[in-house]
Design a protein around this ligand. Structure first.
Ligand SMILES: [Zn+2]
Length: 120
């Protein structure tokens, strides 16, 4: 892969990382072992309490989605630094550049992805 493309992808990943961190900050607080979903405080009435639980449940799933996406982005950045970026983790072939630009955290080529899908 040429440097220009690598740099472009690095930019995309860093932008994505910033966006994910911002979104995570809205639903979760940070603690020693990662992120912790905020428990909202609307009040102590019964309906307020159930609204708190509903929001908390939503935030929990939002948070785990965001954390997973963040892990993918950081893993991709690591692969960029380590020089293994852009290679399919299953077959070792170069992943299509258009695919990488559309989804910079991809770690598998389209044909391996399709093979996996058809096995399910
Ligand atoms: Zn592959």
């Amino acid at each position: 892969m040429d440097t220009e493309l690598t740099e472009k992808i690095r930019q995309l990943l860093l932008e994505r990382e910033t966006k994910l961190l911002k979104e995570l900050g809205e639903v979760a607080g940070k603690d020693e072992d990662g992120y912790k979903t905020n428990f909202p405080d609307y009040g102590s009435e019964e309906d307020e309490n159930s609204a708190e639980v509903a929001t908390f449940t939503t935030n929990l799933s939002v948070e785990s989605e965001l954390e997973k996406a963040l892990r993918d982005v950081r893993a991709a950045l690591k692969r960029l630094d380590g020089g293994t970026y852009g290679k399919c983790k299953y077959c070792g072939e170069q992943i299509d550049e258009r695919r990488l630009l559309a989804r910079p955290s991809s770690s598998a080529c389209i044909s391996c992805k399709q093979t996996m899908k058809s096995r399910v």
